[in-house]
Design a protein around this ligand. Structure first.
Ligand SMILES: C=C(O[C@@H]1C=C(C(=O)O)C=C[C@H]1O)C(=O)O
Length: 262
């Protein structure tokens, strides 16, 4: 049977640190593939110009990427995307209600998780720091496809980072007596220390680089030799995890734990 990626289909009791980590490992595939897609295109700066952008959109002021993400989220909200506690919108204000019958996702998380959204920080590092490293400078005119592939990257990265809520919940359930004093003292540093596993982080960095090599190689029928050229730079994918994805996942974990006893 096909293996799925959605851990919320598990009831809260079946969820373990191992099963949550398995989901994070599967989500690495989605992230690496989305990066490969975005790296096909040039940087394409007209996609991001806040004013004087190449086409002014009637009824909208702002960049093409904002327009694309807002309108996509509007549609996806109606289709029920944000009913899933794994999903967080980049522009959550003024989203329409879902138009589809509700699905009852198992109640795993403390309700405080609903108030945690670090997408502003994701938006900032992705566009201002990461994208210039991922793409070749220049302009190939594919602005709408560029925006579409940015959205795929943003959503995959956001889902992974907010999965920190589930990681924190299982860590808390495994050792409530370790976490409770730090939560009562609202001690961020102590919580950060408790939830950090450096050896796991080292493995993650190595594995995502290996995935970038594996998924990003040219596959040809005639030769099995890789020329050492990859569609996305493997050390850059490690760096994405090291500098941004893992620190923000841990920030979500801390934010969740601080509210876990409310
Ligand atoms: C996600 C976890 O929590 C922390 C964050 C990690 C990550 O973002 O990959 C890895 C190890 C931990 O330091 C975990 O323990 O698996």
């Amino acid at each position: 049977m096909e293996k799925t990626d959605g851990n919320v289909s598990e009831s809260g009791n079946e969820m373990t640190l191992d099963s949550v980590r398995d989901s994070l490992i599967r989500q690495e595939d989605s992230i690496v593939f989305s990066l490969i897609e975005r790296a096909k295109f040039r940087f394409n700066s007209p996609t991001y110009q806040e004013s004087n952008h190449y086409a002014s959109i009637p009824g909208f002021s702002g960049s093409l990427i904002r327009f694309f993400v807002k309108e996509s989220e509007f549609l996806q909200a109606k289709a029920g995307r944000y009913q899933n506690p794994e999903e967080h919108a980049f522009f959550p204000d003024e989203l329409p209600p879902s138009s589809v019958p509700p699905h009852t996702f198992p109640l795993v998380l403390h309700p405080a998780a609903a108030s945690i959204n670090v997408n502003n920080k994701i938006w900032d590092f992705y566009f201002n720091k990461f994208l210039p490293l991922l793409t070749v400078p220049g302009d190939d005119g594919n602005y709408a496809t560029t925006a579409s592939s940015d959205l795929a990257c943003l959503q995959a990265i956001s889902r992974r980072i907010h999965y920190g809520n589930f990681v924190a919940e299982v860590k808390f359930r495994d050792a409530p007596h370790d976490y409770e004093p730090a939560i009562r003292a609202q001690d961020r540093d102590a919580l950060m220390k408790l939830l950090t596993f450096e050896a796991v982080e080292e493995m993650v960095k190595k594995r995502v680089a290996k995935k970038a090599m594996t998924f990003g190689q040219e596959v040809s029928l005639n030769s099995t030799e890789s020329k050492g050229e990859y569609k996305v730079d493997p050390p850059l994918v490690s760096r994405l995890y090291d500098e941004w994805i893992m620190p923000l996942t841990k920030l979500v974990e801390v934010e969740y734990l601080l509210r876990r006893l409310d």
